[in-house]
Write a protein that binds this ligand. Structure first.
Ligand code: HEM
Length: 107
């Protein structure tokens, strides 16, 4: 991971309305994002995902590559996703937010 976690914390302000991360993080409009690297898309118990995300999870795992693609263009990468977010325009913002999320990933 090449991003800057401190810069990514600021980018994450745009995610916070819907996602929590860190100790005790709960699902909100979107699922909690702890330990995201290596998670199967759509696997958080008690969160109601779109069918599109459940299907996507049958053939993908969240890693740097899949997360980068999804965050750049959520509705193109997971057609039918219910994440109402247009995507991050700059690759640097994605690298930074992934570096931030990695600080909540023990692996
Ligand atoms: C799903 C990240 C912004 C709502 C997800 C997932 C990730 C993610 C990684 C998949 C989680 C999983 O498979 O368990 C982010 C990041 C954001 C962001 C990093 C900011 C850059 C938002 C915003 C909203 C939102 C602003 C609400 C308006 C959702 C919802 C899902 C989701 C509802 C489930 C999608 C589905 O079932 O199709 N997000 N998200 N997210 N996110 Fe976001």
């Amino acid at each position: 991971l090449t991003g800057d976690a401190a810069a990514g914390e600021k980018v994450f302000n745009r995610c916070k309305a819907c996602h929590a991360v860190g100790e005790g993080a709960k699902n909100k409009v979107g699922p909690e994002l702890n330990d995201i690297f290596g998670r199967v898309p759509g696997e958080i118990e008690g969160f109601k995902y779109s069918d599109a995300m459940t299907e996507y999870g049958k053939e993908h795992v969240w890693d740097v590559e899949t997360l980068t693609a999804y965050l750049a263009a959520p509705r193109k990468v997971v057609k039918g996703t219910k994440m109402a977010f247009a995507g991050l325009k700059k690759e640097e913002q994605i690298d930074d937010v992934l570096a931030y999320l990695a600080t909540f990933d023990p692996d």
